[in-house]
Design a protein around this ligand. Structure first.
Ligand code: SF4
Ligand code: SF4
Length: 66
C-alpha cells in the first residue's frame, strides 16, 4: 500500500525525496507522495526522522490540530 506524508509533521528536510527510487515524492508548499506511482518500498519511511510518513490504509494517521 502506498505511503502518505502528514504535512503537519513534515519538517521539509528532503530526505524522503532523495531516497525514493521511483521519484514519486515532490514538493511545492509541502512534500507529497504520488500514490499512483509509489511502489511501497518503505525507503522514505526509514529515513524520515519526523515520523511524518504513514502507510495508507494500514497506519493510524494522527490528527494534528492546526
Ligand atoms: S514507499 Fe518507496 S516508492 Fe513509495 S514514496 Fe516511499 S520511497 Fe517512494
Ligand atoms: S523525510 Fe519526513 S520530514 Fe523529511 S521531507 Fe520527507 S516526510 Fe518531510
Amino acid at each position: 500500500m502506498p505511503r502518505i506524508i502528514e504535512p503537519e509533521l513534515c519538517i521539509a528536510c528532503g530526505a524522503c525525496e532523495y531516497e525514493c527510487p521511483v521519484a514519486c515524492i515532490t514538493h511545492g508548499p509541502s512534500y507529497v507522495i504520488d500514490a499512483n506511482v509509489c511502489i511501497d518500498c518503505g525507503k522514505c519511511q526509514k529515513v524520515c526522522t519526523s515520523q511524518a510518513i504513514f502507510v495508507l490504509g494500514k497506519d493510524i494517521i494522527p490528527t494534528i490540530p492546526s
